[in-house]
Write a protein that binds this ligand. Structure first.
Ligand SMILES: [Zn+2]
Length: 209
């Protein structure tokens, strides 16, 4: 039964590698149908005065990838920043910097997922309202995949979509390092790690890149 929230002491003793293992262990519990029972009332009670999350996950808005559920995490465990296509912008970067530099999180996990609708729309060059500007953030990944994958460069090509999902995660990680001096320095100092993975809609498993 999960009934003890993370404290400042617990958080300060965690390493980035230990946090990554913890999240992947949680994903294994989810995949195997062994998700932890949780005493939410106890966790709510213990976290009213503050929070010391171990990680921040940057994920898509997709309803099939509820982050806390698929990583088997509870109240107080992780920050989650969500935007269709799980890319960074200045507001997301600020959120990641807050998570790690102010609130003490040890890991940034950029989490893409199989058959991402935002990635597929970017692959097809969809233009619609504010979605056009949003998809422009995913276009660098589309362009990279176009030279790496044979066949049609649109969403009808499953290999092309899958590669673009991966490239979008990898390029997002690169841009986080490039555009956040705070996070790049924390990673260089070993205080945090920036990692990427892709969630499979078929198996429920997070595969690290
Ligand atoms: Zn998505």
């Amino acid at each position: 039964m999960k009934n003890i929230a993370i404290t400042k002491d617990i958080q300060s003793q965690l390493t980035p590698d230990a946090v990554l293992k913890d999240l992947l262990d949680g994903n294994n519990r989810f995949v195997n149908g062994n998700s932890q029972a949780t005493d939410n009332a106890a966790l709510v009670n213990q976290t009213t005065g503050g929070q010391y999350p171990k990680a921040v996950v940057l994920s898509c808005i997709d309803s099939r990838v509820p982050v806390e559920t698929v990583l088997d995490q509870a109240i107080g465990d992780i920050f989650v920043a969500r935007v269709a296509g799980n890319f960074e912008n200045v507001d997301i970067l600020g959120s990641l910097e807050y998570s790690c530099n102010v609130a003490g999180s040890k890991l940034i996990l950029v989490l893409g997922h199989e058959s991402c609708g935002a990635v597929k729309a970017a692959c097809d060059g969809v233009e619609l309202g504010n979605i056009t500007e949003m998809l422009s953030k995913i276009m660098p990944a589309v362009k990279k995949s176009a030279v790496e994958v044979d066949g049609e460069a649109n969403s009808s090509n499953k290999a092309f979509v899958a590669k673009t999902v991966e490239n979008n995660v990898l390029l997002t990680m690169e841009r986080i390092r490039k555009n956040s001096q705070i996070l790049a320095e924390m990673e260089d100092n070993g205080e945090i790690k920036i990692v990427g993975g892709v969630y499979s809609l078929h198996t429920g498993k997070v595969n690290m890149l």
